[in-house]
Design a protein around this ligand. Structure first.
Ligand code: SAH
Ligand code: AVI
Length: 324
């Protein structure tokens, strides 16, 4: 997708055209190959971002409230260890709700740069943040955080990166390493990076978090098919597919699929795709780490662990890293 600051209607419409072209490529390719898969970043159009916010309020989905509690408890200690941060760069910022806790703890903060693919959701979140923190420069950046190479026009001062919610878990280990190396380029030598990472735990806790009784996570997954219908002239029957979550023990990750409930043919952009009953589309991974596994991954990408914090039930971790 074309990236950059949220700005004029001409640049917005160019970005929209590029985003739809990338979505079309990913869907046509992803439905043609075996196993079928569509990259998880396409779950986040405006509706998908709003549905993710709904997930964060579901009782069974522990990550958001646990990470919020960690930021609340340790925000001042994190700020002291990070030093004189002038610029906070957040990757996959979403609603930026948790970020306020960090912003309040960082006394000398001048600029906040949230990066996200979900353009209108990002713009609304940025407006809310500006109103909540008068005097803070908020400079939203629309783009894919795997491919953002620089932040044009952003101040060079001391930088802290923030990657919350365990979105790093949605990347494979190889992708996560590439992401951390790219973030090192963006943030620069001497910078610090705060990353929220979900921990390995009992399946009794993990599985309901990704398949809640209220069906909120299912609605989030199925919105991908509705998005294909809206944007790519698709005719998916969204009641003909079921959200399925399982834990892959060998890979240490939740895997999410949309599974066909019947034999059916679907058309997307004039092309036909046949699904047998039980055939599925892989839509998401959510990797879980131990504290030491994540520290080893960070080190392999050049980041040195400074400190890690966990909650009393060992559900979630926050890692502060430094680029030497
Ligand atoms: N950090 C927030 C939101 C997590 S949801 C929280 O913890 O609550 C994941 C966020 O990452 C979404 O807002 C989504 O739009 C964004 N996202 C996912 N893949 C992305 C990518 N490749 N590039 C940029 N943003 C991405
Ligand atoms: C954004 N990300 C970290 C969420 C997760 O927990 O993997 C996305 C999600 N998918 C289903 N539920 C939540």
């Amino acid at each position: 997708m074309a990236e950059g600051r949220t700005s004029t209607s001409a640049t917005k419409s160019a970005r929209r055209t590029a985003e739809i072209a990338e979505f079309a490529d990913a869907v046509l390719h992803g439905l043609s190959k075996r196993p079928r898969s569509i990259p998880s970043r396409f779950l986040y159009d405006a509706t998908g971002s709003a549905l993710f916010e709904d997930i964060t309020r579901v009782e069974a989905y522990y990550p958001t409230r646990t990470e919020t509690a960690l930021l609340d408890s340790y925000g001042d200690e994190i700020a002291a260890l990070a030093g004189d941060v002038e610029t906070l760069v957040e990757f996959g910022s979403g609603s930026s709700r948790k970020t306020s806790l960090l912003i309040e703890a960082l006394a000398g903060l001048d600029t906040y740069i949230p990066i996200d693919v979900s353009e209108s959701f990002l713009a609304d979140a940025a407006k809310r943040l500006e109103a909540k923190h008068p005097g803070l420069n908020v400079k939203p950046h629309v783009g894919d955080f795997m491919r953002t190479r620089n932040l044009a026009g952003a101040p060079r001062g001391e930088r802290l990166g923030f990657f919350s919610g365990s979105t790093i878990g949605n990347l494979t280990h190889e992708e996560a390493k590439a992401f951390l190396e790219n973030a090192a380029e963006i943030l620069g030598v001497g910078s610090t990076f705060l990353i929220g990472v979900d921990l390995k735990k009992s399946l009794d806790i993990l599985l309901p978090a990704y398949d809640d009784e209220e069906g909120v996570t299912a609605a989030f997954s199925l919105n991908l098919l509705a998005r294909i219908n809206r944007e790519l002239d698709g005719d998916f029957d969204t009641t003909g597919f079921a959200h399925t979550a399982l834990y892959n023990d060998g890979k240490g990750r939740i895997e999410i699929y949309l599974q066909s409930l019947t034999d059916q043919d679907v058309r997307v952009m004039g092309r036909s795709f046949s699904f047998g009953k039980g055939e599925r589309i892989h839509t998401e991974n959510s990797h879980k780490y131990s504290v030491s596994e994540f520290q080893a991954l960070a080190q392999s990408a050049g980041w040195q662990p400074v400190k890690a914090w966990t909650d009393p039930a060992d559900l979630f971790s926050l890692h502060l890293l430094r680029l030497a």
